[in-house]
Design a protein around this ligand. Structure first.
Ligand code: SF4
Length: 65
């Protein structure tokens, strides 16, 4: 299962990821990204890829082993 390793400190709180992949990304009380999971279900990979590509802060990434 693909695993996320985002740089949440880079997040600027635009919220685009939560709209693009709401089952993977959430926003915390400060309006910054919070992961719902680091292990992304295969059915959510396409939406997660879209969120990674569109994040204006380039804060989202897959973990590379
Ligand atoms: S799209 Fe990027 S900048 Fe916006 S909330 Fe998500 S991680 Fe943060």
């Amino acid at each position: 299962m693909p695993t996320l390793n985002p740089d949440t400190h880079a997040c600027i709180g635009a919220g685009i990821c939560t709209n693009t992949a709401p089952t993977v990304f959430d926003l915390d009380e400060s309006g910054l990204v919070r992961l719902r999971t680091v292990d992304v279900d295969p059915s959510d990979v396409e939406a997660t890829e879209a969120a990674i590509a569109i994040c204006p802060a380039q804060a989202l990434a897959w973990a590379h082993s």
